[in-house]
Design a protein around this ligand. Sequence first.
Ligand code: UDP
Ligand code: MG
Length: 302
Amino acid sequence: MRLSIVIPCFNEAENVDQLYKQLQPVADEIDSEVEFVFVDDGSMDTTFEQLKALADKDKRIQVISLSRNFGHQAALTAGIDHAGGDAVVFMDADLQHPPQLIPRFVEKWQQGYDLVYAHREGVKPRLGYRIINTLMKVRVPAESADFKLMDRRVVQAFRQMPERSRFIRGMISWLGFKQIGIGYQQAQRFAGRRTYTVRQTAKMALDAILAFSTIPLRMASVLGLVTLLAGLAYAVYIIYAKFAGWSVTGWTALILTVLILGGVQLICLGVIAEYIGRIFEEVKNRPLYVVREHIGKNQSKQ
Ligand code: UDP
Ligand code: MG
């Protein structure tokens, strides 16, 4: 049995050596062969040089260096594509994911679970997750992190998902399989700052909702329908008022109608545009990431 540990790194120079050190006893504890797949997601600091130095010493290490920063989800995809193990573990490089949990993942895997994920204990599910779970057809375990073990079967199914809008947590939940969660306390970042920007987080939330649900499209139609009905009711009133001879000044009603209708139309257009934008991204069919350098590739089975 072979275990691949996939670790995306973006400007994690202060963390990688410490992470590697902490992973050693863990790798010894697991009674299967371990391979480390570090993905350097276009780091601007010395992350790549450090990883390269580690790979020179340790033949179990593969380093995949991407040509620029493609984002966490693309980096994970690059890692899983190059992982040759019978099971693949995803973990972050900043030591927020305790490596000590990996042997417990493996234990559950050996008990026959295809997917073992870690979920943060004692954290109330954030509003974002609640919205996602309401809108999406799949359930993403609350506060689950991208810290999980996947059996080869899950990995192969995952590789068949070519979509560009990637919300990996949702995609893996969508796959199903026999899953189990393990609770853990999330540590603080060992060093450095969170590299996810607010924009990236917002984009991921949008991807999560739009890639897994067409409810926003339906909401647009419902909004349109409600507006139409309200407009019709108002029309009946106006016609009645005209025949009844009431004085109709009209200005307020007119401007209100224009504003409301304009607003509703723009919202609906925006929703459709979000989907079309994603269709455009899919149709271009560009690779999800570009590899600049691959170190230790003889190690991989492919
Ligand atoms: N990461 C990456 N590419 C990016 C942003 C982040 O590969 O563009 C990596 C980062 O090095 C870390 C993991 O993704 O290993 C999680 O990032 P971060 O700690 O910033 O996110 P958080 O833990 O706060 O959700
Ligand atoms: Mg982190």
